[in-house]
Write a protein that binds this ligand. Structure first.
Ligand SMILES: Nc1ncnc2c1ncn2[C@@H]1O[C@H](COP(=O)(O)OP(=O)(O)OP(=O)(O)O)[C@@H](O)[C@H]1O
Ligand SMILES: [Mg+2]
Length: 391
């Protein structure tokens, strides 16, 4: 394996079909996904970045006013700037979209229903409307489904998925299997066919939420709509199960790379460690980790402090009254930064062990949050280094 982890990151953006950025809340998943997208497009790959996060951060970072469920083209000026920064030979278009839960389910239904009439009937059913938006894992499921659909659409060479902020990041990994478990359940199919109430009990067992959702409907109306729903759903078993199997296969396959994003704080790092172990346990393709917002070691400033006369130089320039407090403040600031950098370095030692031979890319803490495309481009050399032509 190459010594510079950025080489591996560059290899991922130039070769993979799917990259999934995962990690704890607030660590920099969206920033990393956007930067990987810019890197890939600037190296000539038609790239789509999908976010599920309703915050406007991805849009802002990519210089867009907002994002919608339809992929939007990112301004070519940004890509040219990225291309200049990385020295890549040719840029390809970059798109970004924000997955909308309702529109996502509706899209999928239109694609999977046996006929447009069946799709319309399901869309009108209130059980469908409530379950598709409120089932735990519904968002994650539809994100995986869209990821697979878009990655195999032929429009993009690479699709980067920015996963949502979640209390328990494993929800994202569990959702497909959970929903597949419901669809693939022979007994569920049998009972949905024969008996509405028993079918309902299976849904409840699978989700733990159906009961409270169903309680919103009145008795007679509930049974009627539920009956319709289960009958309609019967036509969807086979195509939905197939879709789910397709994306479970894509997520676990060679064309996909999971990138775990983390930050150099002990609590966040232990979540990352747990997450890495879970990815391995599930045999999902963990390809790299990114530790974001590292304190750059103030080596130059520290060696300047080693110069005996540096304080006298400051006092000479600024004067005794202002100079002495300034010297004390500078001295403290540099030593604190150095101590922080050292703490982070030690905290990261454990992560390195967990990762074994998986590359760990380090991104510095920039002085300001990344609100625009210019700042995002600053991270490029840290994330992917110098460009190469895609092979
Ligand atoms: N290297 C960095 N230097 C400075 N600011 C950064 C850096 N990386 C991210 N940020 C800022 O930190 C904030 C959180 O980053 P980001 O939105 O990428 O995290 P996230 O993991 O997607 O968060 P969430 O879990 O809430 O979706 C943003 O305001 C972003 O601009
Ligand atoms: Mg985010």
């Amino acid at each position: 394996m190459s010594a510079d982890p950025r080489d591996e990151m560059r290899r991922l953006v130039t070769r993979q079909r799917v990259i999934v950025c995962v990690g704890s809340g607030g660590v920099g998943k969206t920033t990393t996904a956007a930067t990987l997208g810019v890197a890939a497009a600037s190296m000539g790959r038609r790239t789509l970045v999908i976010t599920i996060d309703p915050a406007r951060r991805l849009a802002n970072a990519l210089g867009l006013d907002g994002l919608s469920h339809q992929p939007q083209r990112v301004d070519e000026v940004l890509l040219q700037r990225a291309q200049e920064k990385s020295g890549a030979a040719a840029a390809a278009p970059l798109w970004a979209m924000m997955l909308d839960l309702k529109a996502g389910w509706d899209d999928m239904l239109h694609r999977t229903a046996p006929s447009p009439a069946v799709a319309e009937k399901i869309l009108e059913n209130r059980f469908y409307r409530v379950l598709s938006t409120e089932l735990p894992g519904a968002h994650e499921f539809i994100a995986c489904e869209h990821l697979q659909h878009l990655a195999s659409s032929g429009h993009y060479d690479l699709v980067v998925l920015d996963t949502p902020p979640t209390q328990n990041a494993l929800d994202f990994l569990d959702a497909p299997a959970r929903i597949l478990g419901v669809l693939d359940n022979e007994a569920f199919r049998f009972f949905a066919d024969k008996s509405q109430s028993l079918g309902l009990r299976f849904l409840d067992g699978a989700t733990g939420r159906a009961q409270s959702i169903i309680a919103r409907f009145t008795g007679g109306e509930m049974l009627e709509e539920l009956g319709d729903f289960l009958v309609l759903l019967k036509d969807l078993y086979a195509p939905l199960t197939q879709r789910t199997k397709d994306f479970v296969q894509l997520l676990g396959g060679k064309e996909t790379a999971f990138v775990v994003v983390t930050a150099p704080q002990t609590a966040v790092l232990s979540e990352a460690t747990f997450f890495i172990e879970e990815l391995r346990r599930r045999q999902l393709p963990l390809a790299a980790a990114v530790v974001n917002r590292l304190t750059p070691p103030p080596a130059e400033a520290l060696s300047a402090l080693e110069r005996d006369d540096w304080d006298d130089v400051v006092v000479d320039v600024v004067g005794e009254a202002d100079g002495r407090p300034l010297v004390a403040a500078l001295d403290l600031a540099v030593r604190q930064e150095a101590a922080l950098a050292e703490l982070e370095r030690r905290a990261l030692a454990g992560l390195g062990q967990t990762l074994h031979d998986i590359p760990l890319v380090r991104l510095p803490r920039l002085t300001e949050a990344i609100h625009d495309a210019a700042r995002l481009v600053e991270l490029l050399p840290w994330l992917v280094g110098a460009a190469v032509a895609p092979s």
